[in-house]
Design a protein around this ligand. Sequence first.
Ligand SMILES: *[C@@H]1O[C@H](CO)[C@@H](O)[C@H](O)[C@H]1NC(C)=O
Ligand SMILES: *[C@@H]1O[C@H](CO)[C@@H](O)[C@H](O)[C@H]1NC(C)=O
Ligand SMILES: *[C@@H]1O[C@H](CO)[C@@H](O)[C@H](O)[C@H]1NC(C)=O
Ligand SMILES: *[C@@H]1O[C@H](CO)[C@@H](O)[C@H](O)[C@H]1NC(C)=O
Length: 225
Amino acid sequence: MHRPPPYGMAGDGRPPPYPYGGGEYYPQERRRGGNVCVRCICCCYCVLFFIVLIIAAIFLYFFTVYDPKAPIYKFEALDVKEFGYNDSNINADLIITLRADNPNKAIGFIYEEANTFNLTYSGSTICSGKFPSFHHGQKNVTMLQIELKGKNPFAKGLYESLQVSESHGKVPLTILAKVPFRFVLKDSKLRELSILANVTMSVHDMKLGKKTEIDQGKIDYHFEK
Ligand SMILES: *[C@@H]1O[C@H](CO)[C@@H](O)[C@H](O)[C@H]1NC(C)=O
Ligand SMILES: *[C@@H]1O[C@H](CO)[C@@H](O)[C@H](O)[C@H]1NC(C)=O
Ligand SMILES: *[C@@H]1O[C@H](CO)[C@@H](O)[C@H](O)[C@H]1NC(C)=O
Ligand SMILES: *[C@@H]1O[C@H](CO)[C@@H](O)[C@H](O)[C@H]1NC(C)=O
């Protein structure tokens, strides 16, 4: 009777050779060394797992308790007190109305006064002003009036291009601002950061003594330490 060899035995009845060539393995020793290693890796993974768990818990706590939202800024109108230019200079005194909305229930902002609030046309600064220093509380909407003034040299070629923009009733402007601020969580103030913003907008006309509406485009911003 011809039975198949028992499991694990080669056909001739000898135990099968160790995989990967040969009897140079010492199973006892190998297992002991492996145990130390496995325990060590296990330990590392456990520690890592707990660190990740703690970080996740902190984030979850932060997001559920503070529910952070970005404040919403809308440049609404421009009052033209003075505006004139020729092919070498531009002279302006404008009051810009900014609606600042902080939708947060638990986060406030403290803005420091910053005088780098520039209104530019085609990369050329028209006028500059100061972002006011104020404490923007939770769930608060504040209207800000920012006066931008300046007599500046006007880059070559912009005279014609600004006239064309004005005749089309669409003057593209950019606000470049750097505003230092702090987060306020409950009663504790966090360290100071700066927001650098680049706001593109367009106005219909820049007639003296007129209040003109602003069509706000996109706001690009990033933070700086
Ligand atoms: C442009 O206007 C400035 C004052 O705003 C004046 O000093 C300058 O002479 C003017 N330039 C020309 C070429 O008219
Ligand atoms: C919003 O904040 C401003 C500035 O702190 C304050 O003057 C105003 O009263 C606040 N408005 C409301 C509705 O709380
Ligand atoms: C605003 O203009 C001033 C003077 O030209 C410049 O020093 C400053 O860096 C400008 N700020 C921004 C945010 O571009
Ligand atoms: C501001 O944004 C506009 C449009 O995204 C871009 O063309 C311009 O180069 C930016 N200016 C600065 C100073 O980053």
